[in-house]
Ligand binder design. Structure first.
Ligand SMILES: Nc1ncnc2c1ncn2[C@@H]1O[C@H](COP(=O)(O)OP(=O)(O)OP(=O)(O)O)[C@@H](O)[C@H]1O
Length: 241
């Protein structure tokens, strides 16, 4: 079953159409990289998938639950890490997680247990009692991911999660995400404009000027376009130098 199905999605801001005919799927347990240059429409697409914007054209389904018809069932299966950091800096890492869990109706004991588990998996358990403002950018990102996983979603959306991190921090985050896919069968949709974040066994969706211009296995993109690398394929698809 697909974790996420997006069909014929469109969106306009006033008279400016920013998404048109967007269709793709993310399979259960797969890592899917949504590649697009600045302004391609990635964040707008995330806003529609997460129900922040109402989809007037097209549809979004999460594990078969339609976002428009049944938003609470769809959202229960989804964890989201937004582009801009959203931790409450005055709360500790643990409090941030437990607050989110309470919003999802998790009982207190389960919430305590799960916050330790998720922080431990992301290797930041030692910072559980520190205020979020005392953590580094990379540690804050990990806490945000742990928070997004508290209610046990099977689909995780991350909008440019490595922005502001150094190269080792970016690599560590990518490894954590791939481990989530492998070990817990969580599907991940990862929006980025960093081509080096794509691994050979990922799926890729290329978004350009609000349209999907390529979708499929990352290992197929370069051969199909008769170029050597993903960067070369992306340049051909988006007409970028
Ligand atoms: N609230 C808004 N009102 C009007 N136009 C908007 C709004 N939000 C985004 N846009 C426009 O929609 C287009 C897509 O923007 P979006 O933020 O979705 O792209 P993006 O791929 O996420 O870019 P980036 O990588 O820079 O974050 C851009 O032309 C942007 O100017």
């Amino acid at each position: 079953m697909n974790a996420l199905s997006v069909e014929d999605l469109g969106h306009s801001f006033g008279s400016r159409r920013v998404l048109q005919g967007v269709s793709f799927a993310v399979a259960e347990g797969r890592m899917c990289i949504l590649l697009g240059r600045n302004g391609a429409g990635k964040t707008t697409l995330f806003s529609l998938i997460t129900g922040l914007y109402h989809a007037r054209v097209g549809s979004v389904q999460v594990f078969g639950q339609a976002m428009n018809a049944n938003p609470s069932a769809a959202l229960a299966q989804m964890g989201v890490v937004f582009q801009l950091p959203t931790l409450d800096l005055d709360l500790t890492a643990g409090e941030n997680l437990r607050y989110h869990a309470a919003l999802h109706g998790l009982p207190t004991e389960l919430s305590k247990e799960r916050s330790r588990e998720e922080l431990s998996r992301l290797e930041v358990l030692d910072r559980i009692d520190d205020p979020a403002r005392a953590l580094s950018g990379g540690q804050r990102r990990r806490v945000e991911i742990a928070r997004a996983l508290m209610h046990g979603p099977r689909l995780l959306l991350l909008d440019e999660p490595t922005t502001g991190l150094d190269v080792p921090g970016r690599r560590a985050l990518e490894q954590h995400m791939r481990k989530l896919c492998r070990e817990r069968r969580i599907a991940v949709l990862w929006a980025t404009h960093f081509l080096e974040e794509v691994a050979a066994d990922d799926d890729v969706v290329v978004l350009d000027q609000g349209r999907v211009c390529w979708a499929g296995g990352a290992d197929r993109i370069a051969p199909e376009l008769n170029v050597e690398t993903i960067a070369g394929a992306f340049a051909v698809l988006t007409g970028s130098p």
